[in-house]
Design a protein around this ligand. Structure first.
Ligand SMILES: Nc1ncnc2c1ncn2[C@@H]1O[C@H](COP(=O)(O)OP(=O)(O)OP(=O)(O)O)[C@@H](O)[C@H]1O
Ligand SMILES: [Mg+2]
Length: 499
């Protein structure tokens, strides 16, 4: 129905149509231009009326193949066509043609054709595409996992770091799991509660919160989480976004640092104990030598009664024992002369075992030798290394009370190039509070007269002077293992192999 209009209204309507910057054409069912607005007329002088639209606009002698007019005629409905190439003054543009029918008493009297320039729309789309690609790039180049989820827990963003840290592909994360699967237990709820609490980085924000994440295979990854809730302009919750920082490297480094600190403290303590021990040993060395010398002189030069002779022998024995102790102290403090030569560790250990195995304390001890083949030589003093193994083996025998299994293993470690020796017993073990002290001089748990507490301190001193290390692991009631590492001389090559 055509509304009744005043002349003024008709005038305004025409103005409105002419002010519209897109072309409006009214054509007859057989493509004749019946009317056109100012934009279609362009320079205002083009004589369009009565001519066919394809001739004017497509410079063609027949209707354009994808013209929507046919469809509108057929269906009587609106038609919209995209991507139509429309030649306007020589330049091709991406156009959208919108056509609709004008009915008169139930019949299509004419068609209105409106065109829209899609070029600018395409440009916007292109720009949007570029900015999307840039955003995707940004997300994927992040070191931390970035995961966003909607209020129902559906995952919306899952970047490459998230794939690496959690083991899901982006597709799996977006389609198969929810944010609740990313945390063990009630982690997701815990994060939400924290996000809503003022105490953690302000309401809606969570800063450096330590929590565990769960990988696809169920493994746990410690993370530091920065998260926030994303709201729309009206304050409605749209999503939650989290930046997951993998803390595994950090924790590993922290542990290494702590270990190094403990080792540093230990070696500092040993060094000062060594100095003190060396000082005491030096002070005792000369008077002890005097006692031994004069006791021997008196025994040789005087015709003493038997009782006095026995007493003097005891003086001599005790003085010699004291001198041995002094020697061990000096060895711990590395004040004795070393004779360093290439040595075969297997040979040294075998010699020590040979010296000890026939002693009564070893009668009920099974000695297992598990020696590695082709060990590279180490640079060392055979006698001192003998002392090392003797002390370890005697301690093991003490700990086993004469019954058990002593296992001595040797092997090669390529990084660092070194020989490893493990001395393990099935003895009583070492209590946790005792373990940090066993290498200190004079530290002993043995009853008075049974141990001086110098054995392991001497072992420690000798190994240190060989550039080696020693450490112990122990389980009370099960036994103790000592691990020794001695730097090897050369890399293993055919002609240098021993044995
Ligand atoms: N294999 C072992 N099993 C259990 N405890 C051990 C073992 N080796 C050492 N220990 C503990 O370490 C302490 C110190 O050992 P260390 O060899 O230095 O001194 P000691 O054996 O007591 O005396 P000595 O000077 O006669 O060797 C021991 O008293 C003991 O408590
Ligand atoms: Mg000992």
């Amino acid at each position: 129905m055509v509304p009744n209009r005043t002349d003024k209204a008709i005038e305004f309507l025409l103005h409105a149509i002419d002010s519209f910057d897109r072309r409006i054409l009214v054509i007859s069912p057989d493509y004749e231009i019946l009317a056109a607005n100012a934009a279609a007329i362009e320079d205002g002088s083009r004589d369009l009326i009565g001519r066919s639209c394809y001739e004017v606009f497509a410079h063609s002698s027949e209707p354009c193949p994808d013209c929507p007019a046919d469809e509108v005629m057929r269906t009587g409905k609106v038609s919209l066509r995209y991507n139509q190439l429309y030649d306007s003054g020589g330049s091709e543009k991406m156009m959208c043609l919108f056509a609709y029918p004008i009915f008169d008493q139930g019949e299509i009297k004419a068609l209105v054709m409106l065109d829209f320039d899609l070029t600018s729309l395409k440009e916007i789309e292109e720009k949007q595409h570029q900015s999307n690609a840039f955003l995707r790039n940004l997300l994927n180049s992040a070191v931390d996992a970035i995961i966003a989820s909607d209020p129902s827990g559906r995952i919306l963003i899952f970047n490459e770091a998230a794939e690496q840290i959690l083991g899901y592909t982006r597709n799996e994360a977006l389609n198969e799991i929810s944010i609740r699967d990313v945390y063990p237990g009630n982690g997701a709820r815990e994060v939400m509660q924290m996000l809503l609490s003022e105490a953690y980085g302000g309401c809606g924000k969570l800063k450096s919160y330590h929590i565990n994440a769960r990988q696809k295979n169920g493994d746990i990854v410690p993370i530091s989480l920065n998260a926030s809730i994303v709201y729309d302009a009206d304050g409605n919750k749209l999503a939650t976004i989290g930046f997951f920082h993998d803390r595994r490297d950090e924790i590993r480094m922290q542990k290494e640092l702590e270990n190094t600190q403990v080792q540093l403290l230990q070696s500092e303590k040993m060094a000062s104990l060594g100095k003190m021990a060396a000082g005491v040993a030096h002070q005792l060395n000369n008077p002890l030598s005097g006692i031994i010398l004069y006791a021997k002189l008196v025994m040789e030069e005087y015709n003493l009664p038997d009782g006095a002779m026995e007493d003097l022998e005891r003086v001599l024995d005790d003085a010699q024992r004291a001198k041995e102790t002094v020697k061990e102290l000096l060895e711990f403090a590395r004040q004795t002369n070393q004779e360093m030569k290439p040595q075969d560790v297997n040979e040294i250990v075998s010699r020590t075992v040979f010296l000890l195995e026939n002693q009564s304390i070893f009668y009920n001890i099974e000695i297992k030798k598990e020696f590695g083949d082709n060990l590279p030589p180490i640079n060392g003093d055979a006698q001192q290394l003998n002392h090392v193994f003797m002390n370890l083996i005697l301690n093991a025998a003490d700990a086993m009370g004469g019954t058990g299994t002593l296992t001595i293993k040797t092997g090669y470690l390529s990084e660092p190039h070194a020989v490893l020796i493990e001395v393990a017993d099935t003895g009583e073990g070492i209590r946790e509070e005792v373990l940090p002290h066993i290498f200190e001089p004079f530290y002993t748990t043995k009853e008075q007269g049974k141990g001086t507490g110098l054995g392991l301190s001497m072992v420690y001193g000798i190994l240190e002077s060989h550039g080696g290390t020693i450490r112990a692991e122990s389980t009370v009631g099960k036994g103790t293992r000592f691990f020794i590492e001695l730097p090897a001389i050369k890399t293993l090559s055919e002609d240098e192999k021993i044995g």
